[in-house]
Write a protein that binds this ligand. Structure first.
Ligand code: BGC
Length: 736
């Protein structure tokens, strides 16, 4: 009997232990030792249908709910792409007014592109990712890689210019830098959002060739080389289907052909239909209010296309549950890559490294366009009285522009930077012109009298030894701003007239244009010094003063062509069908001839070509040579030439490699960028520049076969200082 009792108690204890063990066993989805794929399937299998659907749409302006019951965290997002945006109210577009949500504002992406420096793009992405992580963001809504097709596009300042090679080369390290912090980059806006006018509805008609050669490459590189974890859809349509749920763009190209394994996010309010959102590749619906673009209904996240309507259709059997499973798998993968990766770092914010990086990018991006009679640099002590004129010398240009607005902890204005450098006693300021009050939706009239401002500035200029005019655009509506385009290419608010008046009283006047777009320059011949500057962020003034004073030698190069007049730009040359379209459709009649491809091929000289930028020193290019004369399609061409800094100051030159095909069977642009390298040289120093290009990159996209083709032909390689300044060329043969 005793023995029997003992046996029972042993069995009982073992059972108890087993039971305890099974209760403490880590579920597979939380077991870091298990493969991610298994963890995803396990998490998915534990979720109710309602929980799965909840993960596919917003719960607030910038977050999704996760699955609280299973401990799957919320996903928090922020714009993007130049810094971590300030916080918002839960359910409206009011700034939340926190006191701890300031950031480092990095220079806008046009400036980053103008550096032609991929190492800086990595550091930019990394620093931004650090700040995003510190602010507990899981996705940063950037980078923007839509192609600069027209100088009127309101968001060009958020993108990286007109060339697919340059944009691709810069976006990959940016993404890698961000994601190193366990924060997802969200590359946007896929695709063809190349103008803001009618962005919510316009259907873009474009050839497959232009898509593949011009508009896709940066996105493809971001997916395949950058391994980006999220992509945002564009507002517009392609083949009459909204881009955010587009069968061809997302299901076929992005997810199947390119193998994108991340999350496809809407732009805010860019979903329009439950069936399409469910079937055509959208994973996560975010929004401004409810049902797409309708404003005014609050806390209506359950009404989103991927919310209750989606749930109902699955419940009724109209849509299969496999559709939501596929979306949740991708969202869970993003969780595992970000907020469920316990090894990710904690981030940092507003460090001295962030600050010096912001300065460095700004300095390397400013482009010296003209420098007659050595107008620049304005060395300290050269002049007693420096007049600074123009509203952009004092305006906070990290604000405005739409979703890329930022709240920097500090913002050094150009005027402040100049005062810091030259001393208060040597600098006098006059505004000269004024824009209206900053407003994204309306153009409010300026409270100042234009004539009085002009008169006062002329008097200040008259009495100064040198005048630095700092103007341009300003991120108000129609002036480089999301939601609409510029109305023309001219400087607004009477700036051309003002510059003319300043020149009448003081010939020693230089102009600094702050913008993200090309502006017309009717006064160019009369001005000795001109710089193209950008929205430079927190340290705008420090960097501007460093360049003006010669403390840093400028090395930026234009990431877009500046046409002499708007009609010389390809999109505009071809009339309204091409830009802005007829309100329903827009036809990319310029096809692959975008930017310098157009100017070079059609022999329409720009005012300043793509890739152009001067330095305070001069560079001498040696003759280009290649390692061989004949190559097959699978080989690489090794190119070399010498580069010498012929001047008295150290400097950097972004050397460019262009390719032309001699007798192509299809039309090809006069030349295409295939490589670049930013070379730093001490005064008098010579370096051998080596570059490698793969022959497969000489291909064009053949629409008939839907494939990339390198033809047996002669190809000419050019080393160049810009698309308009070829230094030497060499012909090689491709024989397959
Ligand atoms: C913009 C996106 C942005 C989103 C969230 C949209 O209006 O087009 O680029 O990320 O808002 O602010």
């Amino acid at each position: 009997m005793q023995r029997y009792k003992l046996l029972i108690s042993v069995i009982f204890s073992v059972g108890l232990l087993l039971n305890l063990y099974s209760q403490t066993e880590v579920p597979v989805y939380l077991d870091e030792g298990k493969p991610i794929k298994d963890r995803i399937e396990d998490a998915l299998s534990r979720m109710t249908l309602e929980e799965k659907v909840a993960m596919c749409h917003a719960q607030s302006k910038f977050s999704t709910p996760g699955c609280p019951r299973l401990g799957i965290p919320e996903i928090w997002m922020s714009d993007g792409p130049h810094g971590v945006r300030m916080e918002f109210d839960w359910d409206d577009w009011l700034h939340a007014g926190w006191t701890n949500d300031s950031c480092t504002a990095y220079p806008a992406l046009t400036c980053l592109a103008a550096t032609f420096n991929p190492d800086l793009a990595y550091r930019y992405g990394y620093s931004l990712g650090e700040e995003a992580r510190f602010r507990k963001k899981d996705i940063i809504l950037g980078p923007g890689v839509n192609i600069y097709r027209t100088p009127l596009s309101g968001r060009n300042f958020e993108y990286m210019g007109e060339d697919p090679y340059l944009t691709s080369a810069m976006v990959v390290p940016y993404i890698q830098g961000v994601q190193k912090n366990g924060v997802a980059a969200c590359m946007k806006h896929f695709v063809l959002n190349n103008q803001e006018k009618w962005r919510d509805t316009i259907n873009v008609v474009v050839s497959d060739r232009a898509l593949n050669e011009i508009y896709f490459p940066a996105f493809k590189a971001g997916v395949q080389k950058g391994n980006v974890w999220a992509v945002m859809g564009a507002y517009n349509k392609y083949k009459n289907q909204y881009c955010s749920h587009n069968e061809i763009l997302i299901n076929k190209i992005l997810k199947t052909d390119w193998g994108f394994d991340g999350v496809m996010v809407t732009d805010w309010g860019s979903a329009h239909n439950t069936d399409e959102a469910a079937r055509y590749g959208l994973d996560l619906e975010m929004g401004s209010w409810t049902n797409g673009l309708t404003w005014g209904v609050s806390s209506a996240y359950d009404n989103y296309y991927l919310a209750t309507p989606f749930l109902d259709k699955i419940r009724s059997g109209e849509l299969p549950e496999s559709l939501v499973d596929e979306k949740v798998r991708r969202i869970l993968l993003l969780n595992f890559r970000t907020n469920m990766d316990r090894s990710r770092t904690y981030g940092r914010k507003l460090t001295t490294e962030h600050k010096s990086l912001a300065i460095r990018v700004a300095e390397e991006g400013i482009v010296l366009l003209k420098n007659e009679n050595n107008f620049f640099p304005i060395l300290e002590g050269k002049y007693k009285k420096i007049a600074v004129i123009g509203e952009n010398a004092i305006k906070k240009l990290t604000q405005g522009g739409g979703s890329s607005e930022l709240k920097p902890k500090e913002e050094v204005s150009p005027l402040q930077g100049i005062i810091n450098r030259y001393g208060t006693e040597n600098v006098v300021y006059s505004m000269g012109y004024a824009s209206g009050a900053p407003d994204y939706n309306n153009v409010l009239p300026s409270p100042f009298d234009a004539d009085s401002l002009l008169h006062a500035a002329v008097e200040v200029a008259r009495s100064a030894d040198v005048v630095i005019f700092i103007g341009g655009l300003n991120k108000n509506k129609h002036q480089d701003c999301e939601g609409d385009d510029r109305l023309n290419m001219d400087l607004p608010f009477g700036q051309d007239k003002l510059i003319g008046e300043l020149l009448k009283v003081n010939k020693n006047t230089g102009v600094i244009i702050v913008s993200g777009n090309a502006v017309s320059m009717p006064w160019l011949d009369k001005v000795d010094g001109v710089m193209q500057s950008w929205y430079l962020g927190s340290e705008a003034g420090t960097a501007t003063a460093n360049i003006i004073s010669g403390n840093t030698n400028p090395s930026g190069k234009l990431p877009f062509s500046i046409p002499k007049k708007l009609e010389d730009n390809s999109a505009h040359y071809l009339g309204e069908k091409s830009y802005p379209g007829d309100g329903t459709n827009q036809y990319y009649l310029d096809d692959i001839l975008v930017g310098y491809r157009w100017h070079d091929t059609k022999k329409i000289a720009p005012l300043f070509p793509f890739g152009y930028g001067l330095s305070y020193t001069t560079f001498e290019y040696g003759k280009i040579s290649t390692d061989k004369k004949k190559y097959s399609e699978y080989e690489s061409v090794r190119v070399s030439f010498t580069l010498t800094n012929k001047g008295k100051v150290d400097g950097a030159e972004s050397v460019q490699l262009y390719m032309s095909q001699k007798s192509p069977s299809a039309m090809r642009p006069a030349k295409e960028l295939k490589g670049f390298d930013k070379v730093f040289l001490k005064a008098g120093e010579t370096k051998v520049v080596n570059m490698t290009v793969e022959v497969k990159d000489f291909a064009f996209y053949d629409e008939k076969t839907g494939s990339w083709v390198v033809e047996n032909d002669d190809f000419i390689l050019h080393n160049a200082a810009s698309s308009g300044d070829v230094k030497s060329s060499i012909t090689i043969k491709i024989l397959n």
